[in-house]
Design a protein. Structure first.
Lengths: 298, 298
DNA sequence: TGGTTTGTATAGGATTTAGTTATGAACCTA
DNA sequence: TAGGTTCATAACTAAATCCTATACAAACCA
């Protein structure tokens, strides 16, 4: 079915208000014949005579009155739609789905959430914890809007920004023989130690493993399913591990039975970054978040 | 402000429903580039990105969801408007203003009203009593939709139809010396009588007066303000008068003190007719009324 | 890894729609 | 009867809309 145009309805309303074709045409800033043609078109589409043309102006038929009433409401609603849509511009609204990898979520998400809530108080945040691979997939499919993970990630459809560098610390039980001081320790000293790693799938595992390989260190074949578990194993003196500095305040807090020492003359670690679809408008709104967090985590 | 088009909103809704430009374009029976262009235009008008274009289809932004919701409602309302307007075709609806001249209203309006209510039960009838001149003016200005009056009336913007012929009867007091029989009476016999007429302004007066002049009869200079008054004067034996046959059943009913005799070999009288603006759609609906009444009053 | 499918965007041209001015006929008013 | 209304019509122009063809990117699949 061929629907009437909003324009036609607008003209009809003007015609009803002004009471004559010529005045209505002036009010609409178009010529009188143009208005005549549009009204005629509207009457044709509706299959109804909406008004009587008299020598003195116009008279609305009963159908005309009905249509004008509804048209007014319709135009008002359409205006509302536009206003509403235009207002919706200064901050993000609605649901934002945030994903974070498990080795970052507990330690870094709180600050991200805080910053987002500060800048975009009208949005509802939803938090998800996924490993990098799944997180990227969810991002591509629109299940997530932003991801917090380790960079670099090179993907044509995704954009990312580094927030901070997250150096690795050596974590060991407080009883461990290397725990006599908290001064930097060189990588060589770890060669004889039993190095515990996370299980496959965690990008942190890959990063730590790579570091070991590059330093000719053979890691243990015991694998932990999560960072807290890993730290528990360290606390139980089953070995030592490489712990991101960002996790230390929580995992190696005083009383945890675990202590950390930085690596000497090495900036081994991971990059903490945000990632999002390039096509998503969220990119625009993330700049302030990024500057917030990179300051905080400097 | 440049409002979005209903078409653009329709396309947006289709896009939201189908999830991809190509499928939505198919559903709308247009090409995919055409749809792309329209959606782009809509986004421009709203100043908002409504959706993300991904390699796999589309994702609605938060603004997109909002706009789609409102757009659905708008399209539904517009459809309602069309359906409502189209349905409004089989019978008349709403207010119909009917005017009748005072010498017809009491006797003929009831049947007209009955017929209108039968054929157009959804309309509200409003009755007005005006003399011909004012009635025609009200008709032209749209204050009335139909008039019941004496024809012929030749006006370029008005159409009319004759319903019946309404012959004049001679009305006299039952005590009158002509009241000895109810057989036809010739015009000549009235020459010596005192003929009472209505006051100026009533078309019935003009018609009766013309008949008198043509027949060389001098009417009385006493004038009645209304037909019932005139009949009262006749009953009081102040003279006789010419009474339309349509008024007789009421004005000269048994017990009224008045009786009537037809005119011999004369079809003097008036034509009962309907009149309306040619430009008014009511003309279409009047045909059945006209056939009703012309049968009834044959 | 290369071909196919499935997405969207862009370019150029045809068509339709909406607008213009000019003009005309009917009517009101002075 | 002249002049100013009214709306309608005609002929033309401008712009919006849509088409086909093409490009290009990503996902899929053998």
């Amino acid at each position: 079915m061929n629907l009437p145009t909003i324009q036609q309805l607008t003209y009809l309303v003007a015609l009803a208000d002004e009471g004559s074709f010529s005045r209505a045409a002036d009010a609409c800033f178009i010529s009188q014949p143009a208005l005549s043609a549009q009204i005629k078109g509207l009457e044709n589409r509706l299959g109804q005579q909406l008004l009587e043309r008299t020598s003195r102006g116009i008279l609305l038929t009963h159908q005309g009155v009905q249509v004008v009433d509804r048209a007014r409401a319709l135009i008002r609603d359409l205006n509302d739609l536009v206003i509403e849509a235009k207002n919706d511009g200064d901050d993000l609204r609605g649901d934002i789905h945030i994903g974070a990898i498990p080795t970052m979520a507990p330690y870094l998400l709180p600050a991200l959430v805080q910053s987002l809530r500060k800048h975009h108080p009208h949005s509802q945040l939803h938090l998800h914890e996924e490993q990098t691979h799944d997180l990227l997939q969810s991002l591509r499919y629109g299940k997530l809007d932003v991801g917090l993970l380790a960079l670099p990630i090179e993907e044509p459809t995704l954009s990312s920004a580094v927030l901070a560098h997250d150096p690795f610390l050596v974590a060991m039980s407080s009883d461990h023989r290397l725990a006599d001081t908290s001064s930097p320790i060189s990588l060589d000293r770890l060669a004889k130690e039993n190095i515990l790693l996370l299980e496959e799938g965690h990008c942190l595992r890959d990063q730590a493993e790579n570091l070991c390989i590059r330093s000719n260190i053979q890691p243990s074949d015991i694998q932990a399913t999560s960072l807290p578990t890993l730290v528990q194993m360290v606390a139980a003196n089953m070995g030592i591990t490489l712990l991101p500095r960002s996790a230390a305040p929580i995992e190696a807090r005083t009383g945890s039975g675990v202590m950390t020492r930085p690596l000497r003359s090495s900036n081994a670690g991971r990059s903490i970054g945000l990632i999002w679809r390039t096509s998503s408008p969220i990119g625009t709104y993330l700049t302030s978040i990024i500057s917030d967090l990179s300051t905080l985590w400097k």
